[in-house]
Design a protein around this ligand. Structure first.
Ligand code: ASP
Ligand code: MG
Length: 413
């Protein structure tokens, strides 16, 4: 007699990333565990990727600065990785307490291999065997985000906010059905809701738009996570860990049908400084002479403007974040001497305001509306830069709130 083998139906896999604020207290950890348990009841195999509790990572950085002026990068990574090393077992314990079998894994146990660049490591491989075996054994797997293992078993971290990237990499490796980024806000908004009360939740946004918003100062996703998601066609759902309502879907541009708005959102960044190298001899190699030493010092120059050359000399201006300004100024003074530039000027107290949207492409009207809106408020534009889907203006920091509110209104967001 033949007996039919019991039908093994693979359960769909759901990866859920819980941010630090969603795990900030024991009560919140229990709430996260309940949410994981309910996803499991809904029929999913769940991998939960966790950030460190609350402000733990910042506290660890402060601690390090108390004992050393310039701690070694590998020591810092080992220290910072302990934040997630605490939250992961706590979430697992809370699940067990609810009667849900669970196991927590550090990055290396979860098979997350990285290169050796401490504090900004990239994931170069993921061996999901252990995670798969735990799931097959009926357990929820709780993975410590933000960390991996490099050559010679060195513990590495992926850069601030890197747990997003851990979650997406795992979702890709496991061919998960969905990847949710659970946070303390309902999703991604048309502008910072603390600043613009009328800001709306964006239901769908394209990968490229998120990357532009992030580079324009919006504190959204870890950019690398978005790149990996796009390259592998993983949709990301950014939503609140506290309520059940849907949040923002990050997906490809083609998926977004209701594309009436040319502008999807407004981002801003305060604490911008401008540096100008004045009276630069206008010849080939000058820009490289200015920007190479900055890059070597890991200082990102942002909006760059070179004025039209006049009698063989030109001015080169660009922005950096305020914290980098003193070091950048020192470097430039050296460069100015070498290349025979007249002087170096530094100005603090600036801010960046950007409009972002795939619909900006090819529509000159967006720039006109942006400039007109700012000028109607008497806000002076210091510098401008654009990408295909972003227009950024540098303005005085004390006008940034006005600017964001006015632009939000002008583009009918
Ligand atoms: N705990 C790390 C940070 O605060 C990583 C993360 O939260 O994603 O940056
Ligand atoms: Mg965090």
């Amino acid at each position: 007699m033949l007996t039919a083998a019991p039908e093994v139906v693979a359960r769909p896999i759901l990866v859920q990333k819980y941010g630090g604020s969603s795990l900030a207290t024991p009560v919140r950890i229990k709430r996260a565990a309940e949410r994981i348990a309910s996803s499991r009841r809904a029929g999913y195999d769940v991998v939960a990727v966790v950030s460190a509790m609350g402000e733990t990572t910042d506290r660890l950085l402060t601690l390090a600065s108390r004992v050393a002026r310039d701690p070694a990068a590998r020591e810092l990574d080992l220290l910072l990785s302990t934040g997630e090393g605490v939250s992961a077992p706590l979430v697992s314990m809370a699940l067990n307490e609810l009667g849900v079998p669970a196991v927590s894994l550090l990055g290396f146990q979860a098979g997350i291999q990285t290169d050796r660049r401490h504090a900004r490591a990239r994931i170069v491989g993921l061996t999901p065997g252990r995670i798969e075996r735990e799931l097959a054994g009926g357990r929820v797997v709780v993975v410590a985000g933000f960390q991996g293992i490099g050559e010679e078993m060195e513990v590495t971290t992926l850069g601030r906010g890197g747990s997003d990237t851990t979650a997406v990499a795992i979702a890709v490796a496991l061919k998960a059905q969905a990847c949710e980024i659970l946070t303390d806000v309902r999703g991604i908004y048309t502008a910072d809701p603390h600043l613009v009360p009328a800001a709306r939740l964006i239901p769908r946004i394209a990968y490229a738009e998120i990357l532009e918003l992030a580079s324009a100062g919006a504190r959204v996703m870890h950019p690398r996570s978005v790149e990996i998601a796009e390259a592998n066609g993983v949709q990301l759902h950014v939503r609140s860990s506290f309520v059940g309502a849907p949040g923002t879907m990050i997906c490809s541009e083609e998926v977004i049908m209701e594309d009436r708005n040319r502008v999807r959102g407004i981002a801003h960044e305060e604490h911008v400084a401008r540096l100008s190298v004045v009276g630069v001899p206008d010849r080939p190699g000058i820009a490289a002479a200015i920007f190479t030493p900055l890059a070597e010092a890991d200082i990102a120059a942002d909006v760059i403007v070179q004025t039209a050359s006049h009698e063989g000399v030109t001015d080169m201006s660009f922005t950096v974040s305020r914290v980098d300004a003193p070091q950048a100024e020192r470097i430039l003074q050296g460069v100015a001497r070498e290349i025979g530039a007249r002087t170096v000027l530094a100005q603090n107290g600036l801010a960046k305001v950007s409009v972002v949207g795939s619909g900006i492409r090819g529509h000159a009207g967006v720039a006109a509306t942006m400039f007109g809106t700012l000028s109607a408020r008497g806000i002076n534009i210091e510098m401008v830069s654009t990408s295909e889907i972003r227009i950024t203006c540098i303005i005085h920091a004390d006008r940034v709130n006005d600017a964001v509110i006015a632009l939000h209104d002008a583009f009918k967001l």
